[in-house]
Design a protein around this ligand. Structure first.
Ligand code: PMV
Length: 354
């Protein structure tokens, strides 16, 4: 019998939360303790490119990440593969003479090759883009009929934040109520055109791998932090409503105030966790001071900052002009010749390396 290969390639940008997800109520299904909201970055930068292939000549599922083979035996990969296989449909490619019946998908093996164009596990949400891209590419390969929200509930089982990368623009991950997780999925709040004057700059403080994984960190926070419980019950539900309003109205003042406050509360929860988690470092703190001083002196916020599970700063400027001024201020605070631990800036379509 003639052998064949069917391939699909997809590209998915990463997303950055402005109202953070931190804490799971179910670790296996990856169900969060609160809703979260993120902005999806421009697909031209910070994205994952994944090619998935199926062939009768493959004798096992295999995956390569940035050219190195990695194991697919982990529960998260297995859950995503199982869920997407269950939704596979018949595929017919007359040109290549390929016909795959629905039931064939159970026996056929997959090869996956994935590349990140940014540091893996350095607090730049690489797993978010990775699992979103994997699930999306597999859905196309297998002709699954689910829409992006339904696919987001599968990507969620790979990495929570991944569910938000199936859409562009601003995205909300609804925590859901169902025990089986079926209503814990992402919805698009507004598309990428709605607020396109925003400029996102990532100040890469360190591209080293983070010390505490988000899985361990979240588990410890859920078990030990009282602040986390207060945050999930009392703070985030209100903030989500205010943030949705700010985004809808392109109200940068409220947007910046809420983003910065929420990032700071997330890192306060980390401090409130036993054992304590430090994701930000001195350079991160200096960036916060620099931005806050400038915002205060202008009387109106020009830039919002937010930090994930690592020391890198994600800076969201009101417009190009504010972004240019921000770059000048950062270069002044962290001159290229100094030994401050600030390696590079990624700005819109430019990357300024030290
Ligand atoms: O999806 P995970 O397990 O990588 O967790 C991400 C957690 C944060 O990035 C810190 C916050 C968020 O909402 O993305």
């Amino acid at each position: 019998e003639k052998t064949w290969v069917r391939m699909v390639t997809a590209q998915t940008p990463t997303n950055i939360a402005v109202i953070k997800y931190w804490g799971k109520r179910d670790e296996t299904l990856i169900l969060p303790v609160n809703d979260s909201i993120s902005v999806t970055l421009d697909p031209a930068h910070l994205c994952t490119t994944t090619t998935v292939a199926v062939s009768p000549s493959f004798d096992q599922d295999r995956m390569w990440l940035n050219g190195k083979e990695i194991s697919l035996s982990g529960g998260r990969y297995q859950n995503c593969l199982r869920e997407i296989r269950a939704r596979a449909c018949e595929v017919e490619d007359k040109e290549k003479g390929i016909k795959i019946a629905k039931k064939d998908w159970e026996k056929l093996h997959l090869h996956v090759a994935s590349y990140n164009n940014f540091p893996t596990a350095a607090g730049l949400a690489s797993s978010a883009a990775g699992f979103a891209c994997l699930v999306f590419a597999l859905a196309k390969l297998m002709n699954a009929k689910e829409d992006n929200s339904e696919l987001s509930a599968i990507a969620r089982q790979g990495s929570g934040s991944a569910c938000r990368s199936l859409f562009g623009g601003f995205v909300k991950w609804i925590m859901g109520k169902a025990e089986d997780g079926s209503d814990s999925l992402a919805v698009q709040l507004v598309d990428e055109k709605h607020w396109d004057e925003l400029v996102i700059i990532i100040a890469v403080v360190s591209s080293r791998q983070k010390e505490t994984s988000s899985t361990t960190g979240m588990r410890d926070s859920v078990e030990t932090s009282l602040l986390l419980q207060h945050r999930a019950k009392e703070v985030v539900p209100k903030r989500i409503k205010q943030m949705e309003e700010a985004i809808k109205n392109r109200d940068f003042g409220s947007f910046a105030q809420l983003s910065c406050a929420d990032s700071n509360q997330f890192h306060a929860v980390c401090l409130d966790t036993c054992p304590t988690i430090f994701y930000m470092n001195d350079t991160s703190h200096r960036i916060i001071s620099c931005v806050e001083k400038w915002n205060c002196s202008e009387g109106m916020p020009q830039v919002a900052y937010t930090f994930d599970a690592g020391p890198n700063a994600v800076l969201i400027a009101h417009d190009r002009n504010a972004a240019t001024q921000l770059m000048q201020k950062l270069l002044f605070c962290f001159p290229p010749s100094s030994d401050a631990d600030l390696n590079s800036y990624v700005i819109g379509d430019k990357s300024i390396l030290k």
